[in-house]
Design a protein around this ligand. Structure first.
Ligand code: AMP
Ligand code: MG
Length: 494
C-alpha cells in the first residue's frame, strides 16, 4: 500500500514546476509499492548538495526511494515523450518505468529533478513491466557517478533500493530502483512528442519552459528559439567531445535519450573503450554500429536536426526563413565540437599553447593507437606518469616503434612550450584519468551484487570518485582487462 506523508514532514522541500505545465505534458502516476525494500546505497555527498538530510534519508530511504512512501510535496508524474529509436520514429514513448517525484532547489540554487527509475507501470509502459533489474541499476549508478567525477555533465545517482521482488527478463533477476537526479528529464524526444502531433502551442510552452530553466541567457536575445537551438547544439557538442576524450560510448543515442540540458542521460549498454578503436560499439542491439564511438558526433548532429525540425514554426513565419535560421544555428555544433575536442586533446598531450599541427599530431597518435591495439586510458595517462622515459607506454603498442616515432615528434613539440617538464606532467595528470569504469570491473561488481555481496560495488564507486589521483592499494583498478576478462558486448537489460 502506498503511504502518503503528513504535510508536517517535508524531507525534500519539493518545488514542482513541470507538474504545472498543461496536463498533456505528463500522466499523474504514483510509484507502485514494492514488497520488501532495502536501501543498498545512499549517495551522501549528493544528498548534501541537494540540501537533504542524510540521516533522515538513511533511516527513511528504503521507504522513500522504493516509492512505498510518497514524501509530502511530491506530485508524482510520468513525462510524455517520443523519439527516434535507431532512426525509426516512435510517436509515443514516455516514462514507462520512471516516476518524477518532484523538483528541489539544490544548495547552489539549481533546480534538480528527483526521479525513481523502475518505480512500476505507467500509462507509457506499453508491454513493459515498469521495473528495473539490479544489474543495470548498479551500472547506471557506477557510470553516472564516474562521469561526474571525470567532470562530464551527467545525471546523478542518489540512491539504490532493492525491491525484494524479482523481475522477469531472460531469467528471473532481483529488482531494484535507482533514484536519479537530473538538471531536468526533458529530451529532444519531448519536443518531438508535441511537434509530431502538430501541437505547436505545446512546443512553444515547452520551449519557453526550457529557456527559463536551462537557457536564461537565450531568453534575452532577439530570437530566443534560435538561441535555444544553438545553445542546445553547443552543449551537446561539448558533451560529445568530452565523451570522446575519455573513451566513453553511450550506446543508445536515440533522440529520447538526449537531454536538452546537455547532461549525459540514460545509461544503458554504455561502455568505455579499453583498446582504442573508433569503430567500436559494445551494445548488443547496435548491430550496425550506428552509435559506435567515432560515430557519436555525427549522430548528435542527426539528433539535433530532428530537434531543429520541431522548432521550425517558432523560428520564423516562413518555412524557408525558418530552415535558414535553423541551419545557421546548427552550424554552432561543429565549431563548438572542434574547439572542445582540440582543446581537450591538447590538454591530454600537455600542450597549453595552440599551434598549427597540434591536431594532426594528436590524430597521428590516435591512428597509431588504433593500429596497435593500445589501451586508450593507459596510453594517455602513461604519457604523463613517465614523461621522461615513456617506457610503460611504448609496451602498450603492438609495435612499440610506432609509438617511438610519434613520441619523438611529441617531444619536439613539447619543447616549444614555456613550461618545465614537471609542470607539464602535473597538468597532464589533471586531464588524463587513471581510473575509468572498466567494463570488466563493472561486470565483476554486478556479479558479486547478484550474490548479495555489495563490497566490490562500494570499493569501485569509491575508487572512481577520484579518477585522477593515484590510490595506493587500488592501482589494479587501472589495469586493462586480461584477454579472458575482455567484455565484448553490453546489454541494456531493460
Ligand atoms: P530506454 O531503452 O531505457 O531508453 O527506454 C526506451 C523506452 O522504453 C522508454 O519509453 C522507457 O520508458 C521504456 N521502457 C524501458 N524499459 C521498460 C520497462 N521495463 N517497462 C516499461 N517501459 C520500459
Ligand atoms: Mg531512455
Amino acid at each position: 500500500m502506498l503511504v502518503r506523508m503528513p504535510l508536517t514532514e517535508q524531507p525534500f522541500g519539493f518545488d514542482n514546476s513541470y507538474a504545472r505545465l498543461p496536463p498533456r505534458f505528463f500522466a499523474c502516476q504514483a510509484p507502485t509499492p514494492v514488497s520488501d525494500p532495502t536501501l543498498i546505497k545512499l549517495n551522501e555527498a549528493l544528498a548534501h548538495d541537494l540540501g537533504l538530510d542524510p540521516q533522515t534519508l538513511f533511516s527513511r530511504g528504503a521507504d522513500y526511494f522504493s516509492g512505498n512512501v510518497l514524501p509530502s510535496g511530491s506530485e508524482p508524474i510520468a513525462m510524455a515523450y517520443a523519439g527516434h529509436q535507431f532512426g525509426q520514429f516512435v510517436p509515443r514513448l514516455g516514462d514507462g518505468r520512471a516516476v518524477l517525484l518532484g523538483e528541489v532547489i539544490d544548495c547552489f540554487g539549481a533546480r534538480r529533478d528527483i526521479q525513481l527509475k523502475g518505480a512500476g507501470r505507467t500509462p507509457f509502459s506499453r508491454s513493459g513491466d515498469g521495473r528495473a533489474a539490479l544489474g543495470p541499476v548498479l551500472r547506471e549508478y557506477i557510470v553516472s557517478e564516474a562521469m561526474t567525477a571525470l567532470g562530464i555533465p551527467s545525471t546523478r545517482a542518489l540512491a539504490v533500493v532493492a525491491t525484494g521482488e524479482a523481475v522477469v527478463r531472460e531469467t528471473l533477476l532481483p529488482g531494484a530502483i535507482l533514484t536519479r537526479v537530473a538538471a531536468s528529464h526533458i529530451r529532444i524526444g519531448t519536443f518531438q512528442y508535441f511537434a509530431s502531433r502538430g501541437d505547436e502551442e505545446a512546443v512553444r510552452r515547452l520551449a519557453d519552459y526550457v529557456l527559463a530553466r536551462h537557457y536564461p541567457g537565450a531568453a534575452e536575445t532577439t530570437n530566443p528559439y534560435r538561441a535555444l537551438l544553438e545553445g542546445v547544439a553547443v552543449r551537446q557538442a561539448t558533451l560529445i567531445a568530452r565523451w570522446l576524450l575519455v573513451g566513453f560510448i553511450h550506446g543508445v543515442m536515440n533522440t529520447d535519450n538526449m537531454a536538452i540540458s546537455g547532461e549525459t542521460i540514460d545509461y544503458g549498454p554504455c561502455a568505455f573503450l579499453d583498446r582504442y578503436d573508433p569503430a567500436k560499439a559494445f551494445s548488443a542491439i547496435d548491430r550496425q554500429g550506428r552509435y559506435a564511438y567515432g560515430m557519436q558526433p555525427r549522430m548528435a548532429q542527426w539528433n539535433l536536426a530532428r530537434f531543429a525540425e520541431t522548432l521550425l514554426p517558432l523560428l520564423a513565419t516562413g518555412t524557408q526563413d525558418a530552415v535558414t535560421i535553423a541551419q545557421d544555428a546548427l552550424g554552432g555544433f561543429t565549431v563548438a565540437f572542434e574547439a572542445a575536442y582540440e582543446e581537450g586533446l591538447n590538454a591530454k598531450l600537455g600542450l597549453c599553447q595552440r599551434r598549427e599541427g597540434d591536431r594532426a599530431l594528436a590524430q597521428d597518435l590516435l591512428a597509431r593507437m588504433a593500429a596497435n591495439g593500445a589501451d586508450f586510458t593507459l596510453t594517455f595517462r602513461g604519457l604523463s606518469d613517465d614523461i621522461e622515459e615513456l617506457r610503460s607506454v611504448r609496451t602498450l603498442f603492438a609495435d612499440p616503434a610506432a609509438f617511438d616515432e610519434w613520441s619523438l615528434r611529441w617531444r619536439l613539440r613539447l619543447a616549444e612550450e614555456d613550461r618545465d617538464v614537471e609542470t607539464t606532467a602535473a597538468a597532464m595528470r589533471a586531464a588524463n584519468p587513471i581510473f575509468i569504469p572498466r567494463n570488466h570491473r563493472v561486470e565483476e561488481v554486478i556479479a558479486a551484487a547478484l550474490n548479495r555481496d555489495f563490497k566490490p560495488f562500494e570499493i569501485l564507486t569509491a575508487v572512481l570518485s577520484h579518477p585522477f589521483e593515484a590510490q595506493p592499494g587500488f592501482a589494479h583498478y587501472a589495469d586493462a582487462p586480461q584477454p579472458e576478462q575482455v567484455v565484448e558486448q553490453t546489454f541494456c537489460g531493460t
